[in-house]
Design a protein. Structure first.
Length: 169
């Protein structure tokens, strides 16, 4: 599994930054890989509708990964609540978080891809995003917008009337 692009030493947004003076937690897939044992994942295989030619009719290369996060000892209660809130549409009636992969011809590659996608999905759900600080348009941007609207209006007026007199400008 190649998750090198997500460095586990990502900086935290700390106090003194421009994000409302709070500390935000960033959870990486590599960190989750260490906390969640692969034995907690349940893999189901079936025939894929993806690439594979004649092979697609003979080999079960589609992988469906089920993860019962509620019973996972590697996640805290708060993290379990966050997952169930943010990923509710991907959770079935048994409480399993489901990820499917059928893009590869090989079952092993689909399995690795499903695990990678599951870890990224969970890390995105657990990473707390800073609250957006609303901004106000600058005075210049407002005047520029109004000037542009006025020019547009004059063009339309000229099209309608056929000419533009000096007193309209």
């Amino acid at each position: 599994m190649d998750l090198d692009f997500l460095n586990s030493s990502l900086p935290l947004i700390t106090e003194g930054s421009s994000f409302n003076q709070k500390t935000y937690k960033i959870v990486t897939p590599e960190e989750l890989k260490d906390r969640i044992a692969e034995s907690e994942f349940k893999f189901l295989t079936s025939r894929s509708s993806g690439p594979g030619g004649q092979n697609v009719n003979k080999v079960s290369s589609k992988v469906e990964l089920h993860f019962n996060f509620q019973s996972s000892p590697g996640l805290s209660d708060r993290e379990k609540e966050l997952i169930s809130f943010k990923l509710g549409s991907r959770i079935n009636s048994e409480g399993d978080l489901i990820v499917r992969s059928q893009s590869e011809r090989s079952q092993l590659r689909n399995r690795n891809k499903a695990v990678e996608r599951m870890l990224i999905l969970i890390s995105d759900a657990l990473t707390e995003k800073p609250d957006r600080k609303p901004t106000v348009p600058t005075k210049k941007s407002r005047t520029d917008r109004l000037d542009e609207k006025h020019k547009r209006g004059l063009i339309k007026k000229m099209r309608k009337e056929g000419n533009l007199s000096a007193e309209d400008t």
